[in-house]
Design a protein around this ligand. Structure first.
Ligand code: PRP
Ligand code: URA
Length: 226
């Protein structure tokens, strides 16, 4: 099943890209974080709320097994349980803003880290560091980064994951804001990847920032500036 999206060419997202339901609440939250006049405290608060929605939605794409339990009435209930082990991997720095939301939903979740920075002149991603759980190849991975612009950073991070043996079809990339070119670039390399995003903007400006976008997510969330 595909999702309608006015900013994606043809009006329908690829089937492995999931857009959060554009509810009045989500639209109001996105408006808060897009507003250049929103102060840092509010930016953090409203971003965290959207991140929580993204994590909750992302968990719907993990496999389940049937599980029968007994309720306090002594009767059986035919339910389900998550099947596999998971791991969260934020792309540092901005992706670390999404770690708390994941921990709130998944008690004791394993966390790996990949440090990638876009070169401010060329917008090319530069990989500095990665540290991942030794058994990550057996896990489903929730890759965390709020911004999907050119797609370069996500591609580099996914390359690192695949090199350590993670299965491409076991990666769910959670992100707040994407553009069609970034989505296409990532899916052209990794067609089995799943992306869950809160919103899709039309494109990038000449500095490779998402427009209209929300500016530099990491700077606004962590309170730094260029
Ligand atoms: C931002 C963002 C992504 C990347 C997206 O990080 O968090 O990682 O840019 O752009 P791309 O799709 O064109 O690669 P940035 O490198 O600015 O660093 P930060 O996390 O420190 O803000
Ligand atoms: N990174 C950001 O923080 N914002 C953009 O618009 C693009 C990359």
């Amino acid at each position: 099943m595909t999702t309608a999206c006015a900013n994606y060419p043809g009006g329908q997202l690829p089937s492995n890209v999931h857009l959060l339901a554009q509810t009045p609440q989500l639209r109001a939250l996105m408006t808060m974080i897009r507003d250049t006049n929103t102060n840092r405290n509010d930016f953090i608060f409203y971003s965290d709320r959207i991140i929580r929605l993204l994590v909750e939605e992302g968990l719907n794409y993990l496999p389940l097994v049937e599980q029968q339990i007994e309720t306090p009435t002594g009767l059986p209930y035919h339910g389900v349980a998550f099947q596999g082990k998971i791991c969260g991997v934020p792309i540092i720095r901005a992706g670390e803003a999404m770690e708390k939301g994941l921990r709130e939903c998944c008690k004791g979740v394993r966390i790996g880290k990949i440090l990638i920075q876009r070169n401010e002149e060329t917008a090319q991603p530069e990989l500095y560091y990665s540290k991942l759980p030794s058994d990550i190849a057996e896990r489903y991975v929730l890759l965390l980064d709020p911004m999907l612009a050119t797609g370069g950073s996500a591609i580099k991070a996914i390359e690192v994951l695949l090199e350590t043996g993670v299965h491409e079809d076991r990666i769910v990339f959670l992100n707040l804001l994407a553009v069609p070119d970034g989505i296409d670039a990532v899916l052209a390399r990794f067609p089995k990847l799943r992306i869950v995003t809160a919103d899709v903007d039309p494109g990038l400006n000449d500095k490779k920032f998402i427009v209209p976008g929300l500016g530099d997510f990491g700077d606004r969330y962590f309170g730094s500036s260029h």
